[in-house]
Ligand binder design. Sequence first.
Ligand code: SF4
Length: 422
Amino acid sequence: MKKKNSGPDAPAAAGLFGEALPPAPAKKDGLLAFSYSKMSLYEECPLKYKFKYLDKIKEEPKFYFAFGSAIHSALEFLYSVKNPPFPTIEEVCEAFRAEWNSKSYLEKGYRTQAKSDDDYQKGLLMLKAYYEHNRARFAPPFLVEYSTDVEVDGLLVRTISDRIEHLGGGEITIIDYKTGKDVKRQPAQLYMYQKITELDPRLKEKIAETYGTRVSSVRIRELLYYHVPTNKEYTFERADDKEIGSFWERVLGVAENIRGLKFEPTPGDRQCGWCDYKSLCPVFFAGAQPAPQLRLPASDSVEVLVDRYGRLKERMDEIQAQLDEVAADIARSARDGAEYSGSQYTARISKRGKWEFKDRDAVINVLNQFDLYKDALTLTLTGITNVLENPGLPDEARKKLLELAVKKTATDIKVLKKEGLI
Ligand code: SF4
């Protein structure tokens, strides 16, 4: 079950460089680009949504997506015929092979070539079984891989349907291929298809173009999940107006939160277990794990300790300010590699170049462009500098990062008390 963590102690969703959050994601005409998958990601964890869609940090490739996508491509090829004959099974397998070989096993998200090869063979068997199971009823479909963007209530909602069949009179069935282990009913996905498809003005035109008949409206009769690994079909009836109404309230609530830049993390075993952004997430790297309980001496109440802590902190801040000032004076006058000796201390000085980056979005763009964000690990200055100083960095990426960097000098002062190290 999802564990909420949005109370006062929840880690804030700060920008990667500690600056203000970027503006809400919106198209230039003010519409918010939306989809079922965006909504489900936001509901899983708003911060994950931000990393993916606002910061545009790529996730690691997942082998199960690569597998599903290659099967979808092959079925799209199979059904992309206006008139029979349909492609042969050899041609369908060739379409699968072409898609499969367009990426290496690592790019597909497999750890080994052997596992990738296993899944390739599994995919071929799956397609052959599908072909045999369905060949007697092959018929040119109404639409295949139909993608549409519909404007509604300030949103631009995208749906992509694997296949749509027209049953006559504007009634349609949407077929969604599933390639995972099992099929789970996803009511939100069903509702999204129904709401958006029935509002889509292009569908009426497509029916007129394809069948030469005009319809006054389009209505979903049912939605079918086709489980390719088992050739089983799961049919779901259209939802009633009340279900769609309350689903749509939920959509608008999510959209409002996105526009309001509400991106607090909602950690939980399920969503964090598969999250690629752990190294960037304050829940994991800012020590937000529950602190062990302290045993207080009986005489010191928390109030007394709070005062003592405050006083020490004040003194430490004063001393730190003085330390910074003296260090800056030494840095200005001392030479790199030199050693200086006072009456009680000696100090060895070393100077080194360091980089500073001001434009956060531009740095993220370069890291994404060259698929380097994971090498930066935390997207802190040290992380980016490590990327920049990696000898294997492509020249073009180095050039772009250097254009965004300012070189400064950092001075390290190693101090030794004359009778020992402090
Ligand atoms: S690690 Fe967990 S809390 Fe952090 S962004 Fe990912 S899902 Fe959200």
